[in-house]
Design a protein around this ligand. Structure first.
Ligand SMILES: Cc1cc2nc3c(=O)[nH]c(=O)nc-3n(C[C@H](O)[C@H](O)[C@H](O)COP(=O)(O)O)c2cc1C
Length: 350
C-alpha cells in the first residue's frame, strides 16, 4: 500500500462506512487509484468457463454496484471484475445505516438490500465500458417484483450484450425470501429461464450461480446437481453469511450478511465440498485478504477467486499484491499454472 493510500484509508475510516465507500469510488474515478493494470504472468494467466483471465484474482460483486468506476477499476491489478447487483428497476434498498465495519475482526456486516440505479442506467455505463478486460454483472431481483425469478432474465437480456459473464445471485441474505430460490425446484425453474434468455442473446455468455455459505450438506448437493443440469458455466462460492461465529467487534450484532476474515473458513469449506461434488469451475469468495488465502482457495478447488471486504482494510492495491504473491506461491510449490494447483489441497477442507 502506498503512503497516499494509507492516509486515504485512515481518513475514510473516520467517517460513516457507506459515505466512506462512496468517497472511495469517487477517489478511484478521480484517478487516485492504482494504474498498473492487471498483473499477469505465464503462471497466472488462466482460462475459466471460456474466459481468458490475466490472473485469477477478481473484484467481487457489490463494490461497484452501479458500474460507475469501470475505467478506474480496469487499471487496477484485478484479473476480472464483477459489478452490480443490478435489478430491472432502480431500488433504494434498506433504510440506513446498513453497512458496518468490524475493524477488530477485519470484517463487515451489510444489509443493503440491492440498492442500485436499475438496469437501464447500468447498461448505459456498460455500453461505454473499457475494451479488453473481463467484466461481469451480478444479477438481482426487485424486492417488490411480482416475478423475482423472471427479473434475473430481464436484466441479462438488457445488459448481456455488454458483458463477458453474468452471475445469478440468489444468495443475498438482505432481500426477504430471496435465498428460498436456492431450493432445488425453484432454482431449476429460475435457471431454465435465465439460460433461455442467455440463448437468445446474439453472443450467449457464461452464466455463473452464486450461493450462500449457510447451505446444509444436502442443499449443497442439490445446488451442484441443478447447476449441472441447467448447464450454468461456474458456481461462485460464497456470498455473505448470517453466522456471527468468531466475531468480537462490538458491531457484531447488527443484522445483515457478514463478510471478511471470519468468513474465510466457512466459505472455503463450502467451496471444497462443492469441488468434490462437481467438475464445474468454481470461483472462491469469502475472506480472501492475502496471497496465501487466495492460494488456499485455489488449492481447495477454486479456478479463480474474488474479494471485497479486505479492500476496506488493505486498499485497492491489494489486488496486485495478492496476484503477485500468488505467482510466487505457485512457483515455490512447483506449479507451472494456476490450473495445475486447483483442488490439490481439497481434502484439508473436507
Ligand atoms: C457491502 C457489500 C455489498 C455486497 N453486495 C453484493 C451484491 O450486490 N451481490 C452479490 O452477489 N454479493 C454482494 N456482496 C458479497 C460479496 O460479493 C462477497 O461474496 C462477500 O462479501 C464475501 O467476500 P469478502 O469476504 O471478500 O467480502 C456484497 C458484500 C458487501 C460487503
Amino acid at each position: 500500500m502506498s503512503a497516499l493510500e494509507r492516509l486515504g484509508l485512515a481518513a475514510l475510516h473516520r467517517i460513516d462506512p457507506e459515505t466512506g465507500h462512496g468517497l472511495a469510488l469517487k477517489a478511484l474515478r478521480a484517478g487516485l487509484g492504482p494504474k498498473g493494470g492487471p498483473v499477469t504472468s505465464e503462471r497466472l494467466r488462466t482460462r475459466v468457463a471460456g474466459l481468458e483471465l490475466p490472473n485469477p484474482v477478481g473484484l467481487a460483486a457489490g463494490f461497484d454496484k452501479n458500474a460507475v468506476a469501470l475505467d478506474a477499476l480496469a487499471k487496477t491489478g484485478f484479473g476480472f471484475l464483477e459489478v452490480g447487483a443490478a435489478t430491472p428497476r432502480p431500488q433504494e434498498g434498506n433504510p440506513k445505516p446498513r453497512l458496518w465495519r468490524l475493524a477488530a475482526d477485519r470484517a463487515a456486516i451489510n444489509r443493503f438490500g440491492f440498492n442500485n440505479e436499475g438496469m437501464e442506467a447500468i447498461a448505459t455505463r456498460l455500453e461505454r465500458r473499457p475494451s479488453g478486460g473481463v467484466i461481469g454483472l451480478n444479477l438481482g431481483a426487485n424486492k417488490d417484483s411480482a416475478d423475482r425469478a423472471a427479473d434475473f432474465a430481464t436484466v441479462l437480456r438488457r445488459c448481456g450484450p455488454h458483458l463477458d459473464f453474468a452471475t445469478v445471485n440468489v444468495s443475498s441474505p438482505n432481500t426477504e425470501k430471496l435465498r428460498d430460490l436456492q431450493g432445488r425446484a425453484a432454482l431449476s425453474a429460475l435457471l431454465d429461464g435465465v439460460m433461455a434468455a442467455n440463448a437468445g442473446l446474439s453472443r450467449p455468455l457464461p452464466v455463473f450461480l452464486k450461493i450462500a455459505p449457510d447451505l446444509s450438506e444436502a442443499e449443497i448437493e442439490d445446488v451442484a446437481r441443478v447447476a449441472e443440469e441447467t448447464r450454468v458455466s461456474a458456481i461462485v462460492a460464497t456470498n455473505t453469511t448470517l453466522s456471527r461465529d468468531g466475531l468480537t467487534d462490538p458491531q457484531k450484532d447488527n443484522m445483515g450478511g457478514m463478510s471478511g476474515q471470519p468468513l474465510f473458513e466457512r466459505s472455503t469449506r463450502v467451496l471444497a465440498r462443492l469441488s468434490s461434488l462437481t467438475d464445474l469451475p468454481l470461483i472462491g469468495v469469502g475472506g480472501v485478504g492475502s496471497a496465501d488465502q487466495a492460494y488456499q482457495k485455489i488449492r481447495a478447488g477454486a479456478c479463480a477467486v474474488q474479494l471485497y471486504t479486505a479492500l476496506v482494510y488493505g486498499g485497492v492495491s491489494l489486488a496486485s499484491e495478492i496476484a503477485q504473491g500468488l505467482d510466487r506461491l505457485l512457483e515455490r510449490d512447483g506449479f507451472a499454472s494456476v490450473a495445475e494447483a486447483v483442488g490439490t489441497g481439497r481434502t484439508d477442507w473436507l
